[in-house]
Design a protein around this ligand. Sequence first.
Ligand SMILES: Cc1cc2nc3c(=O)[nH]c(=O)nc-3n(C[C@H](O)[C@H](O)[C@H](O)COP(=O)(O)OP(=O)(O)OC[C@H]3O[C@@H](n4cnc5c(N)ncnc54)[C@H](O)[C@@H]3O)c2cc1C
Length: 454
Amino acid sequence: MDDVVEELVAALPEGVVTTDAAALEKYRHDWTHDAGAGTPRAAVRAETAEHVQETLRWATRHGVGVVPRGAGTSLSGGSMAVDGCVTLSLERMTAVEIDTAARVAVVEPGALNVDVKKAAAAEGLWYPPDPSSFEISSIGGNIATNAGGLCCVKYGVTADYVLGMDVVLADGTLVTLGGKRVKDVAGLSLLKLFVGSEGTLGVVTRAVLRLVPAQQPASTVVALFPTVAAAAAAVVELGRTVRASMVELMDQASINAVEDFRPMGLDRDAGALLIVQTDAPGAAREDEVAAVVAACELAGAEDVVATDDPEEGEMFVRARRVHFTALEQRGAVLPEDVGVPVPQLPELLARVEAIGRRHGVEIPVVAHAGDGNTHPAIVHDAADADSERRARLAFDEIMHAAIALGGTITGEHGVGRLKKECLEDQVGADVMDLNRRVKQALDPDGILNPGSFV
Ligand SMILES: Cc1cc2nc3c(=O)[nH]c(=O)nc-3n(C[C@H](O)[C@H](O)[C@H](O)COP(=O)(O)OP(=O)(O)OC[C@H]3O[C@@H](n4cnc5c(N)ncnc54)[C@H](O)[C@@H]3O)c2cc1C
């Protein structure tokens, strides 16, 4: 252990810092399993905000890069380690407190999303943001990526539920932004600046999250289409009349990947599957279900089933959620997260299919279709240089296809390290420069998440 790391070990309580090679292995990769992951020189498993402050003061003093890390489920290479950096893990800070009167949760960053949901549910409340990874991803990571999920189409993304937070800046200063109040426009909107900043501007050590009354279980419509284009057309159509609480799409390759991994009785011959839910109260529920069914039939659905049974509905949602894990059984996965305005969805999906054909790679697609946010997943053989090369080409082309359609290279996973080369192509040189100026103002020594997008 060198003198610099020894100073950090001495500054923090025993067991907080590790330099053990086996222990560090856990912090090298995130869920992208990118071959470029480095090895940290140490990992700090912070137990308090003071530990985070101490770590960042030390890092600034010695010019050491710090990679903040929640649960490591990033799909953009955001939490993977950089050689010589320190990984700052928040996994031990997991407290969750519910204030039922104010309808908020006060949460430490390492708490998993599912634990906030459970604590809220125990008080008859609901924390809506629901990335597919809600059982394995942390609130700090969700805030840092402004995570989306399945219910965003009606209930919005993580940013819509963050009322306040404590953030430790690169120099170790802790600032408190916002609080338990629902409305607050005092000063610049700094709270939102940190949401989605991917660990590049500060480390979240506490969050105040808005809760809403618990919802009634949803009704589910499952529709099978002969083609992805027909399913995408149904999404555009139903958005005109229904405020659905979930609109998820799976293409044929995704259906088959899930069936291979965990047979659930999905129709392997369907060109695409839509899972649509409505949680409208009272009589409006029946009207919304009827409108969803009509929109699917109009777009050419071959089979449409509606159910009010929450367990039956949840079975289809589980099939959708297990998709990424199912794909990982087929090979290495380069996960895309491109989004377009909803009317462009059919065109984006057609272009993704053409890109897959052109490069000879399998690209199963699922989508939070109601938001126009798609996840083409490029399955390839990472040990075969040519397969890897073709996958990377397809990865780039899909992002440029989205940009050309007025879309984004990332709807919810973040830019991280995987997509940073394409960011300027989307936002332009002036906005890229603005990103750098904000970074320079808050982290002048470039300590936080080095090698990320800014
Ligand atoms: C199977 C699967 C399904 C997924 N589905 C979705 C989905 O539906 N929607 C979605 O949005 N995402 C999804 N994701 C991606 C991922 O789960 C999210 O990006 C999640 O928000 C990351 O949380 P984490 O705790 O794992 O963060 P990490 O991977 O540890 O970190 C992610 C980023 O946040 C930063 N960070 C982490 N904690 C802090 C903190 N306390 N302060 C400052 N910065 C911090 C890191 O530096 C990094 O840049 C999925 C991932 C998997 C594996």
